[in-house]
Ligand binder design. Structure first.
Ligand code: CNA
Length: 444
C-alpha cells in the first residue's frame, strides 16, 4: 500500500459502518459492487439531479453516488445534510470511483483498512479485469493514483506456502533481503514476562485475580479514560507485575534471532507490540525497531505531555502514590489553568504521569504510521508470539501482498488461512532454535 498522503489506519467509522450494514441487513459493500456490475462501475456520473459531474464518490453508508469537490461538491453536501443513521453514524465514509481511495468526512482524512482494501480490490478487479491499473485518462485526482498501482500489484495469484527447508535455504543464500519480523508478547514469555491472553498465566488473568472493582474487563487496566480519573489500578499492576519481576528478564533466542537477521543484513524491520525493550538489549539498533505500543524507557504526563523520568514513575509506583505532573499541576489543589478544572460535582482531572506505553484510546507513535507502508518492501514476513488481536498493528499482515511468504511461529494460529503460511506451532524458543541451528547461528 502506498498513499501519497498517509491515510488514517484506525478510522473508527469503518467498523461502525460495517456494523450498521449488518443492522440494516445490507450485503457487504464489495458484494454489492459485484451485484451492480461493470456498467455501474464504468458510469460514474453524479446522481444529483441536473449535475453533470463525473469525478464521483460513493457513500459507503447509503451507497449514493455523488460528485467531488473538483466538480460540484455534492458528496460533501450530502455528508453535511444527511441525518445520522439509527442515531449511530453520519454519512461520513466515501469511496472514490476515480482512484480507489477512501475519505472519512468525520475524521477529515483519507482512511484505509483491510476491509476497505477488499472493496478497492473488488472495484479494481471489476474495472480493470486484466489488473492493468488506472487508465491514463482517469487522472482527475492523480495524487492518489499510486493506490491503483498497489492494488494491481496485490492481485497476483496466491503462491503456495514456503516449506521449512526452503526457508532455511533462502535465508542461507541471502535470497531474502528484507525480512519483516512482527512480534508480540509470546516471544518474551521464555524471558519470564507473562503475555496478555494465555489463560491462567497471562497478565489479564493476573488482573482478574486482583478483583479490581473499577475494571469491567481486564483490558480496562490499559484504558486511558480510566487512568485519567483513577490511576490506582494501573499503578497496582505496574507495581506487582510490570516493574518488579522476580528475576530481571534477559533476551532469549527469539530476540537474538532478530538481531542475527540484522547482522546478516536481511532484516527490513522488527515491528513489535512489546514494551520490554529486550530486542534492544539483544543489540538490535533502534532504527530497526518499530515499537508500535511504545516502551517503558520514559514517561510523560497524559494531559500536558511533559516528559518525566521513568525512575520517578517507578518510585511512585513502589509507594503506590500516583505521580502528579509538576508542569501542569501547580499544587495539590485544583488546576486553575486547566480547561478540565473542577466544575462542581466532577472531580478535577489531574495531569498524572504514565509510562510511554500506548494505552487503549491513545494514538500509536508516529514511528508506526511512518513505517507502516514499508511492510510493502518485505520479501518475507515472520510473525512470532502474537494473537494479532490488537489493531491497527494487526493490519500490518493483512495489508501484505499475497505473494510474500509468511512464517508464523506461535503456539496457536492467530487466524491465518493455513494454506497460505508456514506454521511452526509449539514453543517459540524450540522453533527459533531449530532455525538458528540450521543456519549455524549461535543460540543462548
Ligand atoms: P497476546 O494477546 O497475549 O498473545 C500472545 C501470543 O503468544 C498468543 O497467541 C500465545 O499463544 C502465544 N504464546 C505465548 N507464549 C508462547 C510460547 N512460549 N510459545 C509459543 N507461543 C506463545 O499478546 P500480543 O502481543 O498479541 O498482544 C498485544 C499486546 C501485548 C501489546 O499491546 C503488548 O504491549 C502487550 N504485552 C507486551 C509484553 C511485553 O512487552 N513483553 C508483555 C505482555 C503484554
Amino acid at each position: 500500500m502506498s498513499y501519497a498522503v498517509s491515510p488514517k489506519l484506525d478510522c473508527p467509522h469503518v467498523p461502525l459502518c460495517r456494523a450498521l450494514d449488518e443492522e440494516l441487513g445490507l450485503p457487504l459493500f464489495k458484494d454489492w459492487l459485484i451485484e451492480q456490475g461493470t456498467s455501474y462501475i464504468h458510469n460514474p456520473a453524479c446522481s444529483s439531479p441536473g449535475c453533470s459531474g463525473y469525478e464521483t464518490w460513493i457513500c459507503l453508508v447509503c451507497r449514493r453516488q455523488l460528485c467531488s469537490r473538483y466538480e460540484e461538491g455534492h458528496m460533501a453536501d450530502h455528508y453535511e445534510s444527511m441525518p445520522m443513521v439509527n442515531e449511530k453514524m453520519s454519512h461520513s465514509l466515501a469511496f472514490s470511483f476515480s482512484d480507489g481511495s477512501f475519505w472519512c468526512y468525520d475524521c477529515d482524512s483519507y482512511v484505509y483498512s483491510p476491509e476497505l482494501r477488499e472493496i478497492a480490490r473488488t472495484f479494481s478487479d471489476l474495472k480493470f479485469p486484466n489488473g492493468e491499473g488506472a487508465p491514463a485518462n482517469n487522472t482527475n485526482s492523480s495524487v492518489f493514483n499510486p493506490v491503483f498501482g498497489t492494488i494491481a500489484s496485490a492481485l497476483p495469484p496466491r503462491t503456495p506456502p514456503i516449506t521449512f527447508d526452503k526457508l532455511i535455504e533462502k535465508l542461507q543464500k541471502k535470497e531474502f533481503q528484507n525480512v519483516a519480523v512482527l512480534t508480540g508478547a509470546g516471544i518474551s514469555v521464555a524471558a519470564g514476562i507473562p503475555d496478555f491472553r494465555t489463560p491462567g498465566i497471562g497478565l489479564y488473568s493476573r488482573v482478574a485475580e486482583l478483583n479490581l472493582p473499577e475494571l469491567e474487563r481486564p483490558e480496562d487496566i490499559f484504558r486511558l479514560e480510566l487512568f485519567k480519573n483513577n490511576p490506582y489500578p494501573f499503578m497496582k499492576i505496574a507495581k506487582e507485575a510490570l516493574l518488579a519481576p522476580d528475576v530481571k528478564p534477559h533476551p532469549v533466542n527469539a530476540h537474538h534471532f532478530i538481531k542475527q537477521l540484522h547482522n546478516s543484513k536481511q532484516l527490513l524491520l522488527n515491528y513489535t507490540q512489546n514494551i520490554d525493550g529486550l530486542e534492544l538489549e539483544a543489540g538490535l539498533p533502534l532504527e530497526k525497531l518499530v515499537q508500535a505500543h511504545g516502551h517503558m524507557r520514559s514517561a510523560h504526563c497524559w494531559r500536558c505531555k511533559a516528559s518525566h523520568s521513568m525512575d520517578e514513575f517507578m518510585e511512585a509506583c513502589m509507594k503506590y502514590e500516583p505521580l502528579l505532573c509538576t508542569v501542569c499541576n501547580r499544587t495539590d489543589g485544583d488546576n486553575e489553568d486547566s480547561d478540565d478544572s473542577n466544575d462542581g460535582d466532577q472531580p478535577a482531572t489531574r495531569g498524572y504521569v504514565k509510562p510511554d506505553i500506548v494505552f487503549f484510546g491513545e494514538s500509536l507513535p508516529h514511528d508506526f504510521h511512518e513505517n507502516f507502508a514499508r511492510i510493502d518492501e518485505a520479501d518475507l514476513i515472520i510473525v512470532m508470539g502474537t494473537s494479532l488481536k490488537v489493531y491497527p498493528f494487526a493490519f500490518l499482515v493483512q495489508a501484505t501482498p499475497s505473494s510474500v511468504p509468511i512464517v508464523v511461529i506461535n503456539r496457536d494460529n492467530p487466524g491465518f488461512d493455513p494454506s497460505r503460511i508456514l506454521f511452526l506451532p509449539g514453543e517459540i524458543e524450540d522453533n527459533v532454535k531449530l532455525i538458528m541451528e540450521a543456519l549455524g547461528w549461535p543460540t543462548v
